[in-house]
Design a protein around this ligand. Structure first.
Ligand code: SAM
Ligand code: SF4
Length: 455
């Protein structure tokens, strides 16, 4: 059967898991003849892969769809058909509303059904009306992805690999358990096989992804129960794989195996994103986080014992319903106690259908703004201090490509900081020792690379 050449444009919003999902959707459609297009106007199919995590997510989707509607109409005027698909968490949560408000959309699919895209495309092409598939199917999409998918689309030195999806924790503010479904882990063998293909395709660093990645569980090659810590050990044994990371973790699932992996698996990078959300036990309880501030500080202490140079990142929410000034102060106290290398912080924004959205004592917007600014000022100072403390140290840097200026190359430190330095492009793909000469807000400058290390 001959397959006609078609073009696909994917717009990706949100987290790294969406980036991974977009790449897999492209993989699933490649056998149908879809090659990448740079812009929607050049594409026979456009997928908008959405994120529902924060404020005004739905409105953002509708305004983007308004723009895509114009593109679709312009292409139709010159006799070209465009299949318009909305994927991801907004599609999962608001599928029916999307079809009602944007009837020019052809396909709505949730994060768990993209392996069925070829059927949906066939249905949409038969002009049989819009197709909606926001099931949580019994089969796993991962079992239906093309085997060589990772090698086709990863291609990069740093690759992302989804090992776990969904969440059963039901934090009061969060939409993930409703949009991504129950917690599920991919089998270890499938993860290891995909990692091997990524390494064969050139990856030197793999970041394992999951909404609750450290809740991953499975069985090892011997059939014994396995944890993320053990999986990291198995992956670290893949020849050619230099670095491993994992994100996002929940404090409750930081078990001894994982701490031990930080202590004695050199490929596991000394950097961890471990969201705490608040430093107030009262808020943590009302957020249904299932840990206290002391639990978090204890984990940090154990991590630092396992790996003294570990750097930490976190997520914070200010203005969750009921948050008082004293609760907010407790968050500042926790931040001072830990000392973060970087962090993400957000104003609480109600997500429809979550318990916090209907809770009394919503915090006024102006107060949320004030708290966010104070929190971010402290976090910025900590990031600046962490970066400044790197000056004069020699860090292993994985060189990933050219820098911004001619003669410059760029890479990442173990702590995920971007590093720029003068050096030859022949170093791309190598992890080299770089002496840090200066620190900027979000990056480091390295001394020019003199070829003092042998290959
Ligand atoms: N699973 C991770 C965890 O447990 O922390 C991350 C989930 S979410 C994709 C990433 C971050 O978005 C959360 O850690 C939280 O700080 C923020 N977030 C989620 N829902 C939010 C909301 N309704 N308002 C503000 N921030 C929110
Ligand atoms: Fe959302 Fe993370 Fe809480 Fe799960 S653990 S509900 S993903 S914030």
């Amino acid at each position: 059967m001959s397959i006609s050449k078609k073009r696909l444009h994917v717009i990706t919003w949100g987290c790294q898991m969406n980036v991974y999902d977009s790449a897999r959707m492209a993989d699933v459609l490649a056998p149908l003849g879809y090659a990448p297009a740079d812009a929607p106007a050049d594409a026979d199919m456009v997928i908008l892969n959405t994120c529902h995590i924060r404020d005004r997510a739905t409105e953002k989707v509708f305004s983007e769809l308004g723009r895509l509607r114009v593109v679709k109409a312009e292409r139709a005027a010159i006799g070209q058909n465009t299949i318009l698909a909305v994927a991801g968490c907004v599609a999962q949560a608001e599928g029916a509303e999307i079809l009602a408000r944007a009837p020019y959309v052809d396909i709505v699919l949730g994060p768990q059904t993209y392996h069925r895209l070829p059927e949906m495309v066939a249905q949409a092409s038969r002009a049989a009306g819009a197709v909606i598939d926001t099931d949580f199917p019994v089969e796993s999409k991962f079992d239906f992805l093309p085997d060589d998918a990772a090698a086709q689309t990863a291609g990069g030195l740093t690759a992302f690999l989804t090992i776990q999806e969904g969440c059963d924790k039901f934090c009061s503010f969060c939409v993930v358990p409703y949009t991504r479904g129950a917690e599920a882990s991919r089998p270890a063998a499938a993860v290891i096989a995909e990692a091997r293909r990524m390494v064969a395709g050139g990856a030197r660093e793999i970041t394992l992804l999951g909404q609750n990645v450290n809740a991953w569980h499975g069985v090892d090659a011997q059939g014994a129960p396995s944890t993320l810590g053990r999986l990291l050990r198995e992956l670290a044994a893949i020849p050619g794989l230099a670095r491993l990371r994992y994100t996002t973790s929940h404090p409750r699932d930081m078990d001894d195996d994982l701490l031990a992996a930080h202590a004695d698996v050199p490929a596991v990078m000394p950097f961890l994103h471990l969201p705490v959300q608040s430093g107030s036990d009262r808020m943590l309880a009302s957020m249904n986080r299932k840990h206290t501030a002391a639990d978090y500080l204890d984990i940090v202490a154990r991590l630092r014992k396992a790996r003294p140079d570990i750097a930490l990142s976190s997520d914070f929410i200010v203005g969750h319903p009921g948050e008082t000034e004293a609760d907010f102060e407790a968050t500042l106290v926790l931040i001072r106690a830990v000392g973060f290398a970087q962090a993400f912080s957000f104003k609480y924004s109600p997500r429809p259908g979550t318990p916090a959205a209907g809770a009394p004592m919503q915090v006024p917007e102006a107060e949320k703004d004030r708290r966010l600014q104070a929190l971010q000022a402290l976090l910025r100072d900590q990031q600046a201090a962490f970066n400044a403390a790197c000056v004069g140290r020699t860090l292993p840097v994985l060189i990933t490509g050219p820098g911004r200026y001619p003669g410059q190359i760029a890479g990442r430190s173990p702590y995920l900081q971007p590093v720029h330095l003068d050096g030859p492009l022949s170093l791309v793909g190598r992890e080299i020792p770089v002496r840090i000469a200066a620190a900027h807000t979000n990056s480091l400058a390295g001394e020019p690379f003199m070829d003092r290390v042998a290959a």
